[in-house]
Design a protein around this ligand. Structure first.
Ligand SMILES: C[S@@+](CC[C@H](N)C(=O)[O-])C[C@H]1O[C@@H](n2cnc3c(N)ncnc32)[C@H](O)[C@@H]1O
Length: 262
């Protein structure tokens, strides 16, 4: 028995990997997060058991341990179990902990990487996270640090890295993040882009500066991009997500699954 930790990509079903689509088609049990797009779930074979373990705000404190139990129990009664997680399973997805819990229970684990929103969010609105003359690296940071974490994020040091900063889970903390970065001498006129629901039909981008970032009302899920590249739109993308791939619709139809809404 193997549990496949599968990245579902940032949202749009046609950004799934082929391996992910194949596993969704063959899994006996799929255990998934809350924010997985319905178009991705439509690719699950109709005979599979589907378990939603998405955490809700104010949910039980031991929610993560319960997910481990669900996964171990599922692996005990099925040949192929898919643990479907948004973006990439090892980028702020607690995939590492789940892999460790499964290995401790003697269960094999395979990781299927997914396209992370950390990359797809900026790309969807024409922002290259690195670009000659603008930025020679990018740093991905959580805006919602575990309060019990031993090493607090040093935002002032991050401000001095000189790389593009990509902040996940920072939608409601933009004011404090801007304040800390400016305290680290990042220029107030540094471009900022907040990309909401990247690659989905709800995609929206706000462009501003660090000084004005606090004034944004950002609807999660969102990726904040801070740095010179955030002022670019090299593909002239506008704000709308591109259409979905016909192939994905076709696959869902073959299963008699839910059609992706137009
Ligand atoms: C718990 S983290 C999981 C990240 C995921 N593993 C990944 O690689 O994208 C959830 C955060 O990812 C970001 N996120 C996920 N999907 C997104 C999307 N479609 N558009 C913008 N941000 C997204 C948001 O910052 C959200 O708060």
């Amino acid at each position: 028995m193997t549990v496949h930790l599968v990245g579902a990509g940032p949202g749009s079903p046609d950004l799934l990997t082929l391996r992910a689509a194949r596993l969704l088609d063959s899994a006996d049990i799929v255990v998934h997060d809350r924010l997985i797009d319905p178009g991705v779930l439509a690719l699950i074979a109709p005979w599979a058991e589907v378990i939603d373990v998405g955490k809700r705000p104010g949910g039980p404190a031991d929610a993560q341990e319960r997910i481990h139990q669900v996964l171990v129990e599922a692996a005990g009664r099925a040949h192929t179990v898919v643990r479907l997680k948004g973006g990439d399973p090892f980028v702020f997805g607690r995939g590492g902990e789940e892999a460790e819990a499964l290995r401790a229970a003697g269960i094999d684990v395979e990781v299927v990487p997914g396209i992370s929103s950390a990359i797809a969010g900026p790309a969807a609105v024409g922002i290259p996270v690195t670009m000659r003359g603008y930025s020679s690296g990018f740093t991905v940071i959580t805006g919602h640090q575990d309060p019990t974490a031993e090493k607090a994020i040093d935002w002032e040091a991050a401000a001095r890295l000189g790389t593009t900063l990509v902040v996940l889970m920072g939608a409601t903390r933009s004011a404090v993040i801007a304040e800390r970065l400016m305290a680290g001498d990042l220029a107030p006129d540094t471009p900022v882009a907040a990309v909401e629901s990247a690659t989905t039909t709800h995609q929206r981008v706000h462009r501003t500066t660090l000084a004005d970032m606090a004034d944004l009302t950002i609807r999660p899920p969102a990726v904040l991009v801070i740095g010179a590249v955030a002022g670019l739109d090299v593909t002239d993308s506008g704000t709308a997500a591109r259409g979905f791939d016909d192939l994905i619709t076709q696959l869902a139809t073959e299963h008699g699954g839910t059609q992706w809404p137009n």
